[in-house]
Design a protein around this ligand. Structure first.
Ligand code: FCB
Length: 454
């Protein structure tokens, strides 16, 4: 089973999840430093203070990528390393780190794919309202311009935001992520300002006239009714509205999904604070869409549900995991079919954009065996099935151009701390030692062959 020539195989990470060195070279705190240091927010009180120590092990990690044969590496830039206060003065030492990273990738013929925002907002901006404040969108565009100016000659792929749904809803609607707010109205405001920030950043980068690929990454999940009834079908449509259409529609069609907005308005929740021209800015054409795919949502109507920290509870909906499903260590169902389905839907309903899978992978209860290896069979069969699902979408005409496995390294899995391992490479946290898992060797073979055995 072959992928097309030039298909880009890679792996992904994010700054706060791997770098550590949170107080070094002028970096200031982000909302994730504050949140992880707040008792009760992250499992076991874990923080990103040290993480994988990637900031200090850059050369070693670059060599690991080369050993895997990666063709691309998706990473994110920590805004509080570049502008510690979220605005104004640039911290040159922060830029220098990413310059070394990008040069190291180029020396190894690995294509850099840079994400500007993977959730580590400078705390100083949160102190003035964060993403609920419209000015943050403008600060984001300034920051994008700074990083673009410094690195656009050596980085071909630029992603403005990672998963605006997660930043808006887990961060502002359900309180499970930083900054920990719990109000649907704040989540809608954050959604709008994140998307506006995306559009303003797109404009700032385009205006330089430099020819790079610019896009945005969304986590997309098909939504299925839990039971064969109209109420559950309606619940699934509502979840689809919040999880998928609330992001796809403004970027690709220049409008918000009316059904979802009126659902909230009917419950007294303010709609996204749109001003004239915003939707034109948000829908500036992207060169590609980044898709992060993990699973499908299966949902039931739950009319008596009170809004809580449970995602979608404010939609009077409850998510379930089908009993029969194989589950990952995150408790997420293994569901490759949903990837084909989502990719085909984007082609059919959103104008057939070029697509990169910018994240996909699974958590496994990995351990080092007495021989010193990590035999993650489950990850191999998961990736194998998802690569085939992606291939099936390509056979149906989807313009899929590359695939980034989440993740290169085990890392700080947000509210789950270090308890969940997603890496192709095992990290022994007390020592920082890296051990490529069985999946790393297997993936290197897939990359070499540009395909899978049938
Ligand atoms: C995604 C995030 C990524 C990682 C994976 C498991 O939502 O973008 O940082 O945590 O999930």
């Amino acid at each position: 089973m072959h992928f097309r020539d030039g298909f880009l195989w890679g792996a992904a990470t994010a700054s706060y999840q791997i770098e550590g060195a949170v107080n070094e070279d002028g970096r200031a705190p982000s909302i994730w430093d504050t949140f992880s240091h707040t008792p009760g927010k992250v499992l076991h009180g874990d923080t990103g203070d040290i993480a994988c120590g990637h900031y200090h092990r850059l050369e070693e990690d670059l060599d690991l990528m080369a050993d895997l044969g990666l063709q691309a590496y998706r990473f994110s830039v920590a805004w509080p390393r570049i502008q510690p206060d979220g605005s104004g003065a640039v911290n040159q030492r922060g830029l220098d780190f990413y310059r070394r990273l990008v040069d190291g990738l180029r020396e190894r013929s690995i294509e850099p794919m840079l994400t500007l925002y993977h959730w580590d907002l400078p705390q100083a901006l949160e102190d003035t309202g964060g993403w609920t404040n419209r000015e943050t969108s403008e600060r984001f565009a300034d920051y994008a311009g700074i990083v673009y100016e410094a690195l656009s000659a050596s980085v071909g792929f630029w992603i403005t935001l990672n998963e605006p749904w997660v930043a808006a809803w887990l961060g502002h609607g359900y309180g499970l992520h930083a900054p920990g707010h719990r109000e649907s109205g704040k989540a809608l405001a954050a959604t709008h300002h994140l998307l506006l920030g995306h559009g303003l950043a797109m404009r700032a980068m385009r205006e330089t006239g430099r020819d790079n690929q610019l896009g945005v990454t969304m986590n997309l999940h098909p939504a299925l009714p839990g039971r064969d009834r109209d109420a559950d079908r309606e619940a699934a449509r509502c979840v689809d509205g919040q999880a998928n259409r609330l992001y796809l529609d403004p970027v690709f069609r220049g409008s918000y999904p009316e059904d979802l907005i009126s659902f909230y308005e009917n419950r007294g929740v303010n709609p996204p604070p749109v001003r004239d021209g915003d939707l034109e800015t948000i829908s500036i054409p992207v060169d590609f869409l980044g898709v992060n795919y993990y699973f499908r949502h299966t949902v039931r109507d739950a009319p008596d549900q009170e809004p809580s920290q449970e995602p979608f509870s404010d939609l009077a909906v409850r998510g379930i995991v089908p009993h029969a499903a194989e589950k990952t260590a995150m408790g997420w169902p293994v569901d490759p079919e949903g990837l084909t389905q989502m990719l085909v839907r984007i082609k059919e309903e959103y104008g057939d954009p070029p697509i990169y899978v910018t994240e996909n992978g699974r958590a496994v209860h990995d351990y080092v065996d007495p021989e010193g290896g990590v035999d993650d069979e489950e990850r191999i069969s998961y990736l194998d099935a998802h690569f085939r699902a992606a291939h099936a979408a390509m056979e149906r005409g989807v313009d899929l151009r590359g695939y980034m496995v989440w993740s290169l390294l085990d890392n700080f899995e947000w509210a789950e701390g270090y308890s969940k391992r997603f890496g192709l490479v095992y990290v022994d946290y007390p020592t920082g030692k890296r051990i490529p898992k069985a999946s790393a060797g297997w993936y290197a073979g897939v990359i070499r062959d540009n395909g899978l055995e049938t």
